[in-house]
Ligand binder design. Structure first.
Ligand SMILES: [Zn+2]
Length: 375
C-alpha cells in the first residue's frame, strides 16, 4: 500500500532559491523533451502509428547540451521524463486526455519530485526537519505522525499559488490487517450524485456542509472583485493573493470533510462498491460540469480506498459502462428512455417506482456482490 502525507515546509532563502531553480530545470527539461516530439498536426497518414515509437533523448543527453541542468537534483529530472512519458501514455490510451501541454513559468503552482535512495529523504531532529537531496535540512511542520512501519518512497516539493511550500511524502507499507470477508448486509453501494457527494442504496446521501458552500460563494464574490481591478496592478495582485489563500482554505476544508466521511464509511461497512467513473468525461458533459469537479469525487474514492484497505476491507470498483441508472433493480428491465433530468421513474416491467440515484446505487451494490461472489 502507498500513502501520501502532506506537510508545510519552511525553506530558508537559500533553500528557496534552490527549489525555484529545480522547478525551472524540471520544467525546462519537460518542455524541451515535449518540443522534440512531432506534434499531432505534423503526423501524416503513414506516420499514424509512429508517434508512439518516437524515442526521447535521455536527461543525460540534455545535460551535455545544457550543463546548468547538473546543478539540480538529477532524480527530479528523471521524474520529469517519467511524467512526460506517462502524459503520453494517457494520451495514447484515451484521446480525451488531450495532447501533453507545455508547462508554463507563469503557473503559480510549481512542483518537482525526488526519490528516496537509502535514506536520502528522512525526518530529522525528532520531526522538526526533513532532509532532502541538494537542499539539506528543511524546517517542517509535522502535524501528523508517519508510522515507523512506513518506508519513504519519494517526496514532492511544491509551491502553492499563495507562495507557501509543501512537501508530499509518499510512503510504502504492508497492511497487517487480515482481509475481512464481507457479509452481504455489510456491503454498501454508492452512486456519485451530481448534487450531493454520494447517494447510497438505502437512499441516504452525504452532502457538503453549509460552511463549505458559503465559502464557495465568498470565493465567487472575491473573484468578482478581482475582475474589477486593473489587470497586473498592485490592487489586482493583492486580490489575486487573497483569492489564492481562500482557495487553499476551501480545498483544505473540503479535504477535511472528505476524510471524515470516508473514515466513517470505512469503519461502518465491510466492503463498498463504487462505479469506476471517468471523471474527465463526466466533468466535460455540460449538465454535470462544475458540481462534479467541486465534489472532489476522485479524492473521496482515493480516501475510501486506502481507509478500507487499512482495515482489511475492500473498495470494489465496477465497470463504468455498467447500466446502473437505467436498470430496474427488481426485474432488471432496462429503461432506455430515462433522461438525466428524471429523478423518479416507473419501471415498465414490474411497475415499481424508483428513486433514480438509490436505484442506481442498488444496482451498483448488486454488481459488487456478484463480483465478491456473494450474489
Ligand atoms: Zn422492474
Amino acid at each position: 500500500m502507498n500513502k501520501a502525507y502532506r506537510f508545510r515546509i519552511y525553506p530558508t532563502p537559500t533553500q528557496e532559491t534552490m527549489i525555484r531553480k529545480t522547478f525551472g530545470c524540471v520544467r525546462f527539461l519537460y518542455n524541451q523533451m515535449l518540443a522534440e516530439r512531432k506534434a499531432p498536426s505534423e503526423w501524416d497518414r503513414t506516420d499514424a502509428e509512429r508517434p508512439k515509437r518516437q524515442k526521447f533523448r535521455t536527461p543525460a543527453a540534455f545535460k551535455t547540451e545544457f550543463p546548468w541542468l547538473r546543478e539540480v537534483d538529477s532524480l527530479a529530472l528523471c521524474n520529469a521524463e517519467l511524467n512526460l512519458k506517462s502524459a503520453f501514455r494517457h494520451f495514447f490510451r484515451d484521446k480525451r486526455t488531450g495532447y501533453p501541454k507545455f508547462k508554463s513559468r507563469k503557473n503559480p503552482v510549481q512542483s518537482y519530485t525526488t526519490n528516496n535512495q537509502k535514506g536520502t529523504i528522512r525526518l530529522e531532529a525528532g520531526g522538526k526537519h526533513v532532509r532532502i537531496p541538494k537542499l539539506g535540512e528543511i524546517r517542517i511542520k509535522l502535524h501528523r505522525h508517519i508510522p515507523e512501519s512506513h518506508t519513504i518512497k519519494s517526496a514532492t516539493i511544491s509551491r502553492s499559488s499563495s507562495g507557501k511550500y509543501h512537501i508530499s511524502i509518499l510512503t510504502y507499507y504492508e497492511t497487517e490487517e487480515k482481509p475481512i470477508f464481507p457479509h452481504p448486509d455489510k456491503v454498501l453501494g454508492l452512486d456519485y450524485s451530481s448534487k450531493a457527494l454520494y447517494i447510497d442504496h438505502r437512499n441516504t446521501s452525504a452532502d457538503y456542509p453549509k460552511y463549505l458552500r458559503n465559502m464557495e460563494i465568498r470565493l465567487k464574490n472575491e473573484q468578482r472583485v478581482l475582475s474589477r481591478r486593473k489587470t497586473g496592478g498592485s490592487n489586482w495582485r493583492k486580490q489575486k493573493l487573497r483569492i489564492a489563500r481562500l482557495h487553499e482554505k476551501v480545498a483544505n476544508q473540503r479535504k477535511d470533510f472528505l476524510h471524515k466521511v470516508s473514515k466513517q464509511l470505512a469503519e461502518t461497512w465491510e466492503a463498498i462498491v463504487v462505479e469506476d467513473l471517468n471523471m474527465k468525461a463526466m466533468s466535460q458533459s455540460l449538465s454535470l460540469g462544475k458540481a462534479t469537479m467541486d465534489n472532489g469525487n476522485g479524492l473521496f474514492r482515493t480516501f475510501l480506498g486506502y481507509k478500507l484497505a487499512d482495515r482489511g476491507k475492500r473498495l470494489v470498483r465496477i465497470d463504468k459502462w455498467f447500466p446502473s441508472s437505467k436498470r430496474c433493480g427488481a426485474c432488471s428491465k432496462i429503461n432506455k428512455l430515462l433522461t438525466l433530468k428524471e429523478r423518479v421513474w416507473v419501471c415498465e416491467g414490474c411497475g415499481r417506482i424508483h428513486l433514480r440515484d438509490a436505484n442506481a446505487a442498488g444496482n451498483i451494490r448488486a454488481e459488487g456482490l456478484r463480483m465478491l461472489g456473494l450474489a
